[in-house]
Ligand binder design. Structure first.
Ligand code: IVH
Length: 728
């Protein structure tokens, strides 16, 4: 009989070997245990927001279950977990579109990072070192964010953050929370959205878990999961019985402004009876003004942290003046005017049982530590990343060693190092493979790259399946009903081998002898729903499309910038094909200035002038479009899709929307970065070089060659003041 934990950790081959040793009675007993474990894991994950197994452990259980079913098909019933396609996502919550997106925060971890943050803010605003800059430093509550909407001073809606644009409607549940005002005094605006954190106190959490265990229910992993599980209940009576609390810390939509600083927002919220996060070190005053104050505050809060009755995972720094906040604006999904100073990760010691190599979507071979399960800050950890071959060597990590692991927030746990004196005997050094464990292709490291990559590209199953999963994922095509598990099954059965196959599936299914509805776990309705959700995505925003391609280093924010710059697929494609001929492509970037004059293309310049795109990202992008099989996939996709040209946000009433502008020379009223961000927020494209396509050149003081070029191309030239009056 295989023990529960050993069962999770052994590899598939070993599962099969172990099975051969089971007689049918043992197998039936083991099968029962597996069904129970998988059902409990599904429930914990989907209904209680309290995952208790890692994905790998869960997959391992399922693999073992499937292996037994294969050998003993008569064990299987219609209720077997193998017959369900994943577990039903939680139904019953309406979706809510946020009037103002709910953002996340960037993180800082060290004094240097904090200093960088302050310097960035000062630079953006054009403040000198002697100009005052006040910072509000609030506790960062470890809960889940929530937006409360008040209309005519009554609570009318509460929503989770979701993906930042759209969350779940949890109004009925939130109304049961005593700390949240149901109505507001007369001086509150007609429309007011208060954003804040739902959380559970530490003592309340302990008591709740005790009650759960006594009632034979699984305990929650930590207070955050308990709070999330409690508000995401379909039955609001359950929420009402849970000790949920709230802190308000920011605003969403507001019909009249009532504050000029963050400190005033806090004050006003608290007058309207919202609890606000504590500013702990009052000795330093309401706002902090120097790096030293900020670090002193951090030290003292770190120490006081353990004594608080709720969990905080850092301190949030916010620029106090709201006019500054407005000017600073946002980058990607986080404000420039705030950041979170995180506390150090939680650590634990355990044994390294094995090192396995995983192949990622981009072909990167990542070593993963399989660990003796250990609890780190309330979460059971049995896998941790070892990053790459160099890391294993540098830390001299060997199988069997006792290792220190740490986890911070939601990031993947890491192996910090080895306890050398605990090493038993002389275990051999780990030899990193030079072939891909998934497809057997050569695995190589290029140049300075620390990552070993499989060269199998689209023939490597790890990459194809992962690319497909990425393609249908939430921020990409977001195809409901075509989740990761189904992609895996359909790939395995040859139904979907590349992205294009998704859109021909319905046609092929019509003439198939084994249509989808006849598959186990499927029926007429689920088949119909699947095609409906695929068809609903034949129209797709250009930025999502770019993101879906899974090009290395091209995340959601970069995809958006590319979409904003190029507008549509054919412009992007042709620019990348031209840029491919630029001598600077493929890393010969040291002489970029010279090259841009001799033989360099403006397409390449435009590309690396996009915020956050440097030569490395540019190289990955250009390389993607230079690859013939990728162009084939694009061509096939285009024939099935209606890719909508990028629509600039908030552009409708700006005269510069869609225009291409170039700033040159020294600006006096705003920093270059601020000018660029402002122009982009109005829907203009900001380029670094002047061409025939440029609409305006804004020439500051001492403008040089770009001004000359603009004159020769007869591009409209504006002074800084002309520009400001144009956009005002
Ligand atoms: S301000 C526009 N203040 O931390 C930025 N966030 O890791 C609004 N959080 O998504 C966030 N305590 O859910 C802010 N005092 C605090 C916070 C806080 C916790 C959460 C929030 C945010 C997450 C980012």
């Amino acid at each position: 009989m295989i023990s529960a934990f050993a069962g999770m950790l052994i590899k598939k081959v070993e599962i099969l070997k172990a099975l051969l040793d089971l007689d049918s009675e043992d197998a039936r007993a083991r099968y029962k245990v597996l069904v129970q474990q998988i059902e409990a894991a599904d429930k914990a994950y989907y209904q209680e927001d309290a995952p208790r197994l890692s994905d790998a452990e869960y997959d391992q259980l399922r693999a073992e279950l499937l292996a037994i079913e294969q050998q003993y098909p008569d064990f299987m019933t219609a209720q077997s977990p193998s017959q369900k396609v994943g577990a039903a996502p939680r139904e019953g919550f309406k979706k809510v579109k946020h009037a103002v997106p709910m953002l996340s925060l960037s993180n800082v971890f060290s004094e240097e990072d904090v200093e960088d943050f302050l310097t960035r803010v000062r630079k953006f605003l054009g403040l000198s070192d002697s100009d005052p800059l006040e910072i509000v430093a609030e506790q960062k509550i470890d809960g889940l964010s929530c937006s409360l909407r008040y209309k005519n001073r009554n609570l009318v809606q509460a929503a989770t953050r979701g993906d930042g644009q759209e969350g779940e409607d949890i109004t009925e549940n939130i109304k049961t929370i005593a700390e949240i005002p149901q109505s507001l005094p007369d001086d509150a605006p007609d429309i007011l959205e208060v954003r804040g954190e739902i959380y559970m106190g530490k003592q309340d959490f302990e008591a709740l878990n005790k009650a759960q265990i006594e009632a034979g229910k699984p305990p929650f992993a930590n207070p955050r999961n308990a709070a999330a599980g409690s508000v995401r209940q379909l039955d609001s009576a359950i929420t009402a019985a849970r000790p949920i609390r709230f802190f308000g810390y920011a605003l969403g939509e507001v019909s009249e402004s009532f504050a000029t600083t963050q400190a005033e927002i806090r004050q006003q919220l608290s007058q309207w009876h919202f609890p606000v996060p504590v500013i702990q070190n009052h000795a330093l005053g309401m706002t902090l003004k120097t790096l030293k104050d900020i670090m002193d505050n951090y030290e003292s809060v770190s120490v006081q942290r353990a004594e608080l009755d709720y969990e905080i995972d850092g301190i949030v720094y916010k620029v106090n003046r709201l006019d500054y906040q407005e000017r600073l604006g946002f980058v990607s999904r986080a404000p420039r005017w705030a950041t979170a100073h995180k506390f150090p990760a939680e650590q634990a010691i355990t044994r390294l049982n094995a090192i396995e190599i995983q192949v990622g979507r981009t072909g990167a071979l990542t070593p993963v530590a399989r660990l003796e399960p250990v609890s780190v800050g309330g979460v059971v950890v049995s896998n941790a990343t070892l990053h790459n071959a160099d890391e294993i060597k540098r830390k001299d990590i060997r199988i069997g060693d006792m290792v220190v692991i740490q986890r911070a927030g939601d990031v993947i746990p890491q192996v910090v190092g080895v306890l050398a004196d605990k090493r038993e005997g002389e275990p051999p050094e780990f030899i990193f493979p030079d072939t891909c464990p998934e497809c057997g292709s050569a695995a190589i490291r290029e140049g300075e790259d620390v990552v070993t990559r499989c060269t199998g590209g689209l023939i490597c199953p790890a990459q194809v399946v992962e690319r497909l999963k990425h393609f249908v994922s939430r921020l990409a095509f977001d195809i409901d009903g075509l989740g990761a598990k189904i992609i895996e099954q359909f790939y395995k059965d040859g139904l979907i081998k590349n992205p294009d196959d998704i859109f021909t599936l319905e046609e092929r299914n019509k003439v198939s002898l084994t249509p989808i509805r006849a598959r186990e776990g499927w029926g007429d309705l689920s088949e119909k729903n699947l095609f409906q959700s695929i068809n609903a995505r034949r129209e797709i925003a250009f930025n999502r499309f770019i993101y879906a391609l899974g090009i290395r280093q091209v995340g959601e924010a970069t995809a958006k910038r590319l979409a904003a710059t190029y507008g549509d697929l054919s412009s992007l494609k042709s620019a990348m094909l031209t840029a491919a001929k630029d001598p600077r492509f493929r890393g010969k970037d040291e002489h970029s200035e010279l090259l841009s004059q001799a033989g360099g293309s403006s397409e390449y310049d435009d590309l690396i002038n996009i915020e956050d795109i440097g030569p490395a990202v540019a190289a990955d992008l250009i390389a993607f479009f230079a690859e013939k099989h990728n162009l084939d996939v694009l061509g096939a996709l285009e024939s099935h899709l209606n890719i909508q040209p990028y629509e600039m946000p908030q552009t409708s009433n700006s005269v510069v929307a869609g225009k291409t502008v170039v700033f040159t020379g020294a600006l006096t009223k705003m920093t270059r970065q601020e000018a660029k961000a402002k122009a982009e927020s109005l829907g203009a494209k900001v380029s670094g070089s002047v061409s025939k396509k440029t609409d305006y050149v804004i020439a500051g003081e001492d403008a040089g060659s770009k001004l000359k070029k603009a004159e020769s191309l007869e591009v409209t030239i504006l002074s800084e003041d002309d520009w400001l009056s144009l956009i005002s």
